[in-house]
Write a protein that binds this ligand. Structure first.
Ligand code: AGP
Length: 613
């Protein structure tokens, strides 16, 4: 997620912008820029890298001006570069903007500008906003009218600020899906993507609502709702510390990121899935660059990943084999590097990685390419190393994941891999269109289902009270929930230091059931699908040995008396259930960690990105 700061008031804008962006650094970014307006001239700087580099640029000159905008960029369209960094200027440099979000219809907008001969200076979708605002102002509209006329043409998400060099006391803003707040000072107004940016100056904050447009000057803020009506929004007195504000009011980044999943899943799914006028779901991976004929030529898929990313790859194994009828091997990258896999030019290797920097995954991928495979990756960080080693990339749009334990990265990885499996099945003619369309419609609605699933938090918190000090856990799942069991066990191990095993439920009777007794919580995945009755009978075996069963089950599903604790999740089709079932897994690990007085954001011995072998 990008960071945004805007200021109009009596102070010099530059330090307000720089301080504000520094308080947003925790959000993760790859470039930063600021711009102020003084005597109808925009002045500023943009730098790739940390804000400290930007600060150095102002050692010997500070642009004057009491109005300005600033931005830290988390790249989604176009890699980190000076040209792609915000703020962006219109062609005639009369308007400047900063933007957080994704314009999903950026191709048609870009085409319109190209038709008019506008030379874009960057690869971003955001820059286009400045050009269109210039056009509206040339048509005689002032900045707020220009923004009101322009916003209905956008599809996607935005938190944006705009300033015009001939309107020196005005900042306008618009928000949809990307948070934006207004800070109210004494004869000064602040706008930002998040509270931490402005806490140093004011604690009086308005949280803008979906579709709001703001017309701000130092002493007055007008807010217009999505119908253009002027509305009053509540002013909140923020009581949080700066640190708590950076977590969105949550106690930990992990909890904040668990709760971000509905939004980042929507951002990720809608980046690649759009429905045409006939209601048919169209999948487009702009950075994949593999023609249909190439996808049809593959006779085998090898997935290489580590940790949570490997679990996402395991889900993809089941789905690609079912939808695309291709054999899939999902290998731990650290093992694949030293194995002697059978790789041919018809092998597709998919690296799955949140950070794009995991050494084991990178080295495995390089070796597979040396053996002749075609390599693509699923990654969350534009400009990271592993995408540069691939012929194609599918980016997740999870935003920076700060907590060491991966949550939103996992569910967005599974979402894009599900989309890819459906795409492969369509291209190879092995997935009936009726099923593909039904899955895509369900995927389109999945963020709302995940939001509903977050409602199980209270149930999970109750369950965590009873098992936070158990010495061991077992997680059981079959088929697409075998990876869910592995992921649940890993989450628990990582942030509670309790030993936990993820196991195929059908394997219990082949040995591990000897472990079961009444000190041994067993978390079982009981969701509707082809293996439900089998898992039910596995639980009978555990009940007979006094095991403690915690069932993550489809809402309304009757379970036999064997289950001591239940956590209910909404019904989905089997193929999409791993995304939903991940939520209670994450929450259980989180609550147990907190009950054990461990900081779930910074577990011992772990790093967010393992760049060593
Ligand atoms: C997940 O909770 C862990 N932090 C870890 O297993 C992680 O998934 C693994 O190190 C892979 O990282 P990557 O996705 O950045 O490649």
């Amino acid at each position: 997620m990008c960071g945004i700061v805007g200021y109009v008031g009596h102070r010099g804008a530059l330090p307000v912008l720089i301080n504000g962006l520094k308080h947003l650094e925790y959000r993760g970014y790859d470039s930063a820029g600021v711009l102020t307006l003084h005597n109808s001239v925009f002045e500023g700087e943009k730098k790739v890298g940390k804000i400290a580099l930007l600060e150095q640029a102002f050692q010997h000159w500070q642009p004057a001006g009491t109005l300005g905008i600033g931005h830290t960029r988390w790249a989604t369209h176009g890699p980190p570069s000076h040209a792609n960094a915000h703020p962006h200027l219109s062609a005639d440099e009369s308007v400047a903007i900063v933007h957080n979000g994704i314009l999903e219809n950026y191709l048609e907008l870009r085409h319109e500008l190209a038709q008019a001969g506008v030379e874009l200076r960057s690869e971003t979708d955001s820059e286009m906003i400045a050009h269109f605002l210039q056009w509206e102002r040339e048509a005689g509209h002032d900045l707020i009218a220009a923004l009101q006329r322009l916003v209905p043409r956008f599809e996607g998400s935005w938190g944006l600020l705009a300033v015009a060099r001939d309107e020196p006391h005005r900042i306008v803003a618009a928000r949809k899906d990307s948070p934006m707040i207004v800070g109210l000072g004494e004869n000064e107004t602040f706008l930002a993507s998040d509270v931490p940016a402005i806490l140093e100056y004011t604690r009086r904050v308005i949280y803008l609502e979906e579709g709001d447009i703001v017309d701000a000057n130092p002493s007055d803020v007008r807010i217009l709702d999505r119908e253009g009506r002027e509305v009053e929004r509540s002013v909140h007195e923020i009581q949080w510390s700066l640190e708590k504000a950076q977590k969105g009011g949550e106690p930990h980044f992990m909890r904040k990121e668990i709760k971000e999943q509905p939004q980042v899943l929507a951002d990720t799914i809608h980046a690649y899935l759009r429905f045409d006028d006939t209601g048919v779901g169209r999948i487009n991976f702009p950075d994949l660059t593999l023609a249909d004929a190439t996808l049809q030529s593959f006779d085998r898929v090898v997935i290489a990943a580590c940790g949570t990313a490997w679990h996402a790859g395991l889900v993809a194994k089941y789905l690609i084999e079912e939808f695309a009828r291709l054999p899939v091997e999902c290998q731990l990258a650290s093992e694949l590097r030293y194995a002697e896999p059978i790789i041919t030019p018809n092998t597709l290797v998919i690296a799955v990685t949140q950070s794009g920097e995991t050494e084991d995954t990178k080295k495995a991928l390089i070796r597979m390419r040396e053996l002749g495979a075609t390599a693509v990756c699923v990654c969350n960080v534009l400009g990271s190393s592993i995408p540069r080693e691939c012929e194609g990339v599918i980016y997740t749009v999870a935003g920076p994941e700060i907590a060491v334990a991966s949550t939103k990265a996992y569910t967005t990885q599974v979402a894009v891999l599900t989309l890819f499996a459906i795409h492969l099945g369509r291209v190879r003619g092995t997935l009936e269109e009726e099923r593909a369309s039904a899955l895509l419609r369900e995927l389109d609605e999945l963020p709302a289902v995940v939001r509903e699933t977050l409602g199980c938090d209270a149930q999970v918190e109750e369950v965590a009270k009873y098992c936070s000090f158990a010495p061991n856990f077992m997680y059981l799942g079959r088929h697409v929930h075998f990876p869910t069991a592995l992921e649940g066990a890993l989450k628990l191990k990582e942030i509670t230091y309790i030993h936990a095993e993820g196991y195929p439920a059908g394997e219990m009777k082949h040995g591990p059931i000897a472990l079961v007794d009444n000190t041994f919580p067993v978390v079982a995945m009981l969701t509707k699908g082809r293996v439900l009755s089998k898992v039910m009978s596995n639980l009978k075996e555990i009940e007979a040995r006094n095991g403690i069963i915690i069932a993550v089950k489809t809402k309304g599903l009757e379970v036999n008396g064997a289950v001591q604790y239940t956590i209910e999740i909404p019904e989905t089709s089997e193929a999409l259930s791993p995304i939903v079932a991940a939520i209670p897994m994450q929450l259980l690990a989180y609550h147990v960690s907190v009950n054990r007085q461990i900081d779930p954001d910074k577990p011992r011995n772990l790093a967010k990105s393992v760049t060593v072998e």
